[in-house]
Structures are given as C-alpha cells and as structure tokens.
Design a protein around this ligand. Structure first.
Ligand SMILES: Nc1nc2c(c(=O)[nH]1)N[C@H]1C(S)=C(S)[C@@H](COP(=O)(O)OP(=O)(O)OC[C@H]3O[C@@H](n4cnc5c(=O)[nH]c(N)nc54)[C@H](O)[C@@H]3O)O[C@H]1N2
Ligand SMILES: Nc1nc2c(c(=O)[nH]1)N[C@H]1C(S)=C(S)[C@@H](COP(=O)(O)OP(=O)(O)OC[C@H]3O[C@@H](n4cnc5c(=O)[nH]c(N)nc54)[C@H](O)[C@@H]3O)O[C@H]1N2
Ligand SMILES: [Mo]
Length: 762
C-alpha cells in the first residue's frame, strides 16, 4: 500500500548562522567554492576537465543559465554557480534500483530537497505500480509500452499534458512538440510559463518579438544600464563580467531592487587574481531600493523626468512608433505623491535616476523575475519599453531590451515549438515542414494544467525534465491534482520531489545530462541551444554517462513517439540516428533556421532574425513599435499584512538545493528564514530568530506555513523575503499575472504570527 506522501518541503533542521551581508561578489571565495563543489562531488581530475570544457566552442553549454558566451573566450568561461551546476550533474553518487528497494516513496518524500538531490544520478528506468510503496526497475521497452497504452486509451488527446523544463536541447524539444502535436494536442506547459512569460507577452505586443534585442557587444557601447528585479551575482554571475566591462568603458548602472544584492555592489572577477589584479569594481552607481511591486510607479516617475529634461528621440517616435501622446499624458497626470508612495522612493531619488535616463545616448534595460512574477508582470515590462522607446533606445548600438533568461535553453525551447498557445503562422509553417496537420486550439499552460489535473481531466502527465511539484505554485493544490492523474512520467537526471508526489502509476526515465557523451548508431552527436540573446550554438558533452542505462532526450522522445504513433507521421527512430536529420527537419519547419546544419557548425553559432535589432523594424500589427498606456497597479495592502517575495539563495538551482548557504546575504545552514525590516520587527517586539508562522491571504482564502525564523534584513518596511521552493505552498494558484498567467511568486500578501513552539534554540 502507498502511504501518505509529503508534498511540502521538509526543513533541514540545521542551526542558522548569520554573518554580515557581503559587499563584494565573486573574488577568491567564489573561485574556492567552485573548486570545492567540484572536487567533493566529482573528484579533482573531472573537475579540472569539466571546467576547461564548459562554454568552449568544442565543449558543452553550461547548464547553469542562458547568459551568452563572449566570442573571444578565455580558457575558463564559467562562474561559481555554473561550476556548481556541472558538479551537481557530474557527481559520483548514484541512485540505483537498490536505492529504491531500500527507500519507500513515503520515506523519500519525508526527506528535504537538499537530501534528495544529494543522493546522486538516477541510473535506471523505474516504475511505481498502482498502490505500491516502492519503485521497481523496468526495461525501456516496457516503460514505453505502458506510456503508449495509456496515451492511446485516453478519450481525447487533450487529456494528456506534456511539460518541458528549460534545459532540454533544441533537437529534443523540436521532436517532442512534433510528437505532441501529431498525437493531437497543444498541451505543452513549460517552465517559461512561471518565468519570463510576462516578458514574451510584454515585448511581443509592443516591439513585435517576445525576446531581447541586445547582444553582448551592446554592453560595451552602452552609456546607461538599468538592472531591474534581478540578482545576477547569484543567478547570472557571468553577467557581472559584462557589467564590469561596460563600467570600465564609462557606462553608468542603476540597480532597482528591494534588496541591496551584493553582485551589483562591488565585483571582483575571480580570474583577475591570476594576473595579480587585486582591485574590485563598483558596479551600480545608484541603488533604488524600490518596494516590492513599486516598479511601475518608479518607471512612470522616470518617464516624467525624462520628458521634462529632454533626450527624447522625436524622429524615431514619429517614424517608428505610435501611442506616444496618450502614454506621456497618462504619465504626466500621475501625481508625485502616488509615485513616491507606491515605489517607496523619494522624488529626489527618482529625479536623479530620471536625469541619468535623459542624459544617456544609449540605454539598455535588463530584468528578470522581480518584474515578471507580478500581477502586472506584462504591463510593468511595457512601462520599461515606454521608457526606452522615448529615447529611441532600441536597434542602435549600446541600446535595447535584455530580459535575462533563466534555464540555459528556455528561450530555444519556445523558438522550436514548446508553446501551448502557438500563433496560426507558426503552426502553418510547422505543418508545411512536418507534413501533417496540427491541432489549432490552444492548450494548457502550467496553471491551467494544474487546474485540469484537479478536475480529473488529465490522464497522462509527461515531464521532460524539471520538478513540477516543487516549482509550481500552491504546492498542496498541485499535489492534489498530480495524485489524480493515472500515469505521470518524469524524464530526469536527479532525484526530486516530483518522483515522490506522482500519479496513480509513475515512471522515472533517466537521461543523459548536458556534460555527457551522446553516441548513436551514426557516432557522437551534439545538440544545439539558444542563449538569452538569440544566438543558437552547439553543445557537445564530453564525459562518460553516469550509467549505461541512460538514454538521450531525443532518443527517449523518438521511442515514445514511435511506440504511441508508429511511423505514420515521421520516421522517429531514423531521425535520432543522427541529429543532423532532426536539424534538417527543423530547417524546413521553423523561421530563421536556414542552412541549420551548416551554420550550427560555426564555432560561435549564429543569430536568429531579430527585426528590432537588425534594422529597427517592428513586426507588430501596423509595423510600428507601440507605446502603451497602463494604469498603475493597486499596491496597497492592509496595515497588518506584508508583501512577500519568494527568491533564490546562492546555493540552489531553482528546486535543486546544492547546499544550505546564501553566502552574499550572510545566511547559513538553514533556509527556513524570513528576511524582515528591523523596524518592522521592533514594532512587533520580535528579535532575531523569533519563530513565526506565515499565513497568505488571497480572495478570502488562507494558506499557512509554520515555523520560520525571522532575521533582520535590509529590505523596505512592509516587505519580506523567503526562499522558494519552501514558500511555494503560500503562492495561491489563482494569483497570476494578467495576460501571461504567470504565478505571482514575488507578490504574496501575508500575515506573520509568532509561533507557539520554537524550532531551534540558541
Ligand atoms: N545559481 C542559479 N542560477 C540561476 C537560477 C538558480 O536558481 N540558481 N535560476 C535560473 C532561472 S530559471 C531564472 S528565471 C533566473 C532567475 O534570476 P533572478 O530573477 O535574479 O532570481 P530571483 O532569486 O527570483 O531574484 C529576483 C530578484 O528580484 C528582486 N525583486 C523581487 N521583487 C521585486 C520587485 O517587485 N521589484 C524589483 N525591482 N525587484 C524585485 C529580488 O530582490 C531578487 O533580487 O536565474 C537562473 N539562474
Ligand atoms: N515561488 C517561486 N516559484 C518559482 C519561481 C520563483 O522565483 N518563486 N521560479 C520559477 C521559475 S523562473 C522556473 S524556471 C521554474 C523552474 O521549474 P523547473 O524547471 O521545473 O525546475 P528545476 O528545479 O529547474 O528542475 C530540476 C530538475 O530537472 C532535472 N534535470 C536537470 N538537468 C536535466 C536534464 O539535462 N534533462 C532532464 N530531462 N532533466 C534534468 C533534475 O531531475 C532536477 O531535479 O520554477 C518556478 N517556480
Ligand atoms: Mo526561470
């Protein structure tokens, strides 16, 4: 019998240690940490070899993030957190069939995320039968037989959903969407729905492409760089090198964030020590410590000042845009007291930053989850678009939009068809290339997939990577839905909570990671990925796979398709003998992939078409970039409540917890903390380490998470921060961004209550 499993992340009951917030990012501690993570998990030789292969032209793309590689690379093109991602995949530890014999699913679900990940690489396909307590080994053939039987017995293809996480290569993702559409549905939810969906929607509607418009070279030409709502020191460390270089060439940087994130303060490139250069660089010229959700108000203020101080590109506005008059009128009508109240900033601070915008001839705006995961995620990005369009800061050197993507191929996955709401023209081209008809009606995104599961409308849920249970909002609601599904399948490298909270039957299909050799009938294969700046390039693994039973993602998808549909749509198996075959098909089916097999062999890859960047043209309804007029969001909350954002620590990759430290923020050993303003703590009579329960409030419903440790932190009054995935149980399923439907992981209204029992003693 299967016993009750735990969907909520159990705490690691270690002692919390606090140290000062770091003012300098990277430096020697980062170099040491890279080596330590590598050596303890992979050994010395593999650590050195892997660090020399990552992001090299003949090596593999770092699975850490989607930041691009410079065309003139050094021998070491990695950062501390990329090194951790590689060590995590290259670990010597193994999760074998014996491991699953020893531990029941219930036992596993009681372990923390940190423990689960630490157990190592999954070595064999595993099956969890209905009502059974343990996974048992299964052959690949039997696994595909089970999946295809279930898929083919569904009433409608729409009773299946197919999730993708953003590490999947272009080749695997393209084949996967082709299979899903041949099967008959557009139910292709992906991690992007929880991530940069708001950026895609916001940019698509205004500049005609849902992607960024800058290149790495633009950073060297920029006069002003806005870094809004992101923590590059932790999540995109190689971006700090680009910011440092920009800074050395005279650019100014404005950091907009409720937290004083260390990376934006001072940066010391670890490799500088090799040249005995001991200086660190100050990055941000000003830090605007905006209140959570206050960016829309701030940008309205910046627009007002920009308008007043000049620097407006009238000829660009006249010839290439529309909507300026109404946008500017609305900004000018917005009273300063509202702007200051909502943003939490003084008029003087905004004036200073606004003048910097007006004085810059070349501005770049970068952002990440601090903007996208809000109810107004789409419109706040459109405010940033308004600000840059005013000065014509797009499609010129040193200017443009830079949504900084998360997963290393999340952008590529969408480009090649992982899209639950495909446009007619996209489908038409796919149909032409692939030669079969596709379903036109849109499918489920992440939140709609969870709702469909909860209604019992999903019979098969297939996940190509990721950790759906822990990444999704409202953990308990998601778990309830997942447990109603008949069969869930996880294609995975490492153990995670999604292997514990499953459908009635479940399969784990273990796959090769980015760093591993992929050899097919036709020899060694490489795959391709697209970085955050629209450059498509190759990635080739170099290590012996963690187990002989592992298979590549393209192979797994092709077997799945063949078992389910036979070869009536495509010869799936032949396609994966040699990935050039898949790329030939992609060339025929996708815009911008001409001569794919040739161009992907360029050492630096190639750029996809990007009309705003290429020639300042905008593929919108009327060929103009649109200024938009957006009302300010309502950011007022009751006096006894706080706004909570759920963020990443320095030692995690999304739901993968590498370790229990958040070095730059000075938080060590325990992740169950609430970062809180010291005055707010005093008002409640709370000291450091007071234990509280958090209750989130939404539409009259409440959700509760017990036993969190309060610590004082440099954060605006009324705001608090917690780590995800622990706090995900507090993010309401219904609380999503308008238009993009992204969960509002950075805007959760909560109350805090001193807990009766104490978790730890000093
Ligand atoms: N090492 C490592 N690298 C990663 C990841 C990882 O987990 N670990 N994850 C990858 C993925 S998938 C992604 S999407 C990216 C995520 O990269 P980030 O977006 O940098 O990640 P978060 O930790 O969510 O940080 C959000 C930042 O926004 C700020 N913020 C929150 N709310 C607001 C707001 O209302 N306004 C403003 N201005 N700022 C706000 C927070 O203080 C924080 O600094 O990183 C990618 N890279
Ligand atoms: N509260 C809150 N929730 C959030 C966020 C937040 O900021 N706050 N951020 C959201 C964001 S931006 C994102 S992108 C999502 C992330 O959501 P996901 O992408 O679903 O989650 P990950 O934690 O990145 O997935 C980790 C798992 O992927 C598997 N994996 C790793 N490498 C590979 C590989 O090469 N192939 C395959 N098949 N599997 C692999 C491993 O088994 C690992 O356990 O979470 C979202 N959830
Ligand atoms: Mo993400």
């Amino acid at each position: 019998m299967r016993e009750k499993v735990t969907a909520l992340t159990p705490p690691d009951n270690n002692k919390l240690k606090l140290s000062k917030i770091k003012t300098t990012a990277a430096g020697i501690p980062a170099a040491l940490s890279s080596m330590k993570h590598g050596i303890t998990r992979m050994g010395v030789a593999k650590t050195v070899k892997s660090l020399m292969m990552v992001n090299q032209q003949k090596g593999f793309d770092c699975p850490g993030c989607a930041w691009p590689d410079p065309s003139h690379r050094t021998t070491f093109e990695f950062c501390e957190n990329g090194a951790k991602a590689i060590a995590d995949e290259g670990t010597k530890a193994r999760v074998t069939p014996d491991f699953f014999k020893k531990y029941s699913v219930q036992h596993l679900s009681n372990q923390s995320d940190y423990w689960l990940n630490k157990q190592g690489r999954i070595t064999n396909p595993m099956y969890l039968a209905k009502d059974s307590s343990h996974y048992t080994e299964i052959s690949w053939d039997d696994a595909f037989e089970k999946i295809s039987t279930q898929l083919n017995s569904l009433q409608s293809a729409d009773n299946a959903a197919f999730y993708t996480s953003g590490r999947t290569s272009n080749e695997a993702a393209f084949l996967y969407q082709a299979f899903v559409r041949a099967f008959g549905t557009n139910n292709l939810p992906d991690c992007s729905n929880m991530c940069h969906e708001s950026s895609g929607k916001g940019l698509g509607a205004t500049i005609g492409i849902g992607k960024g418009t800058v290149t790495l070279e633009d950073f060297n030409k920029a006069e002003l760089i806005l870094v809004i709502g992101q923590n590059p020191g932790t999540n995109h460390p190689r971006m700090l090198t680009a910011l440092r270089d920009a800074k050395n060439k005279g650019a100014k940087i404005i950091h907009v964030n409720p937290l004083p994130e260390s990376g934006l303060n001072r940066f010391k490139h670890p490799q500088d020590y090799m040249t005995a250069n001991l200086k660190s660089t100050t990055l941000a010229d000003i830090h605007l410590q905006v209140k959570i959700g206050g960016d829309a108000a701030l940008v309205k203020g910046l627009i007002k000042i920009h308008h007043q101080k000049g620097g407006i590109d009238e000829s660009f506005i006249d010839s290439k845009t529309d909507g300026y008059e109404s946008m500017i009128e609305s900004a000018l009508e917005t009273p300063w007291d509202v702007i200051c109240m909502d943003s939490g900033l003084s008029r003087q601070q905004i004036e200073h930053a606004g003048e910097m915008c007006a004085n810059s001839n070349a501005t770049i705006a970068c952002w990440a989850m601090g903007l996208t995961q809000h109810r107004n995620g789409v419109t706040v990005i459109q405010e940033v678009v308004n600000l840059l369009l005013m000065g014509g800061h797009v499609g010129r050197e040193g200017t443009g939009f830079c949504p900084v993507r998360g997963h290393s191929n999340v952008q590529g996955d969408r480009t090649v068809g992982i899209w639950e709401a495909p446009s007619e023209s996209f489908l038409e081209r796919l149909e032409q290339g692939l030669g079969f008809q596709m379903p036109q009606h849109h499918g489920y995104d992440v939140v709609h997939a969870i709702k469909a599961m909860r209604k019992g409308d999903i019979g098969v849920f297939f996940c190509l990577g990721g950790n759906f249970i822990s990444a999704s909002p409202d953990t308990e609601a998601t778990a309830e839905g997942m447990q109603k599904v008949d069969l869930t399948i996880q294609v995975s490298t490492k153990l995670n909570r999604a292997h514990c909270i499953t459908g009635k039957e479940a399969l784990i299909l273990p796959c090769l990671g980015r760093t591993e050799l992929d050899i097919t009938k036709d020899g060694e294969q490489f795959v391709s990925v697209e970085n955050s700046m629209g450059i498509v390039h190759s990635s080739r693994g170099g290590f012996r796979p963690a187990s002989t039973h592992l298979r590549s993602e393209p192979w797994i998808v092709a077997q799945l398709a063949n078992a389910t549909l036979g070869d009536k749509h495509l010869d799936w198996l032949e396609l994966t003998d040699n990935y050039d075959n898949i790329r030939n098909l992609m060339e025929k089916s996708l815009h911008g992939f001409e001569d794919y097999n040739l161009r992907i062999r360029n050492p630096n890859g190639f750029s996809l078409p990007n009309p705003p960047r290429d020639d300042q043209s905008f593929a919108t309804d009327n060929g103009k970039a649109h200024f938009t007029t957006n009302p300010l969001p309502n950011v007022s909350i009751d006096d006894d409540k706080y706004v909570m954002m759920t963020i990443r620590s320095h030692d995690q990759y999304n739901t993968t917890i590498y370790d229990l430290h958040d070095r730059y923020r000075g938080i060590h050993g325990n992740r169950r903390v609430v970062m809180m303003n010291a005055n707010d703590m005093m008002e409640r009579g709370w000291k450091t380490r007071t234990i509280v329960d958090i209750i989130s409030h939404f539409n009259g419903q409440t959700r509760k998470a017990d036993q969190w440790i309060v610590i004082p932190y440099d954060i605006p009054s009324g705001n608090i921060a917690t780590y995800f995935p622990e706090a995900n149980c507090l993010v309401p399923l219904e609380s999503t961004a308008d238009i993009s439907n992204t969960p509002t992981s950075k805007w959760v209204v909560v109350s805090l209550h001193e807990s009766n029992s104490s978790q730890e003693e000093e």
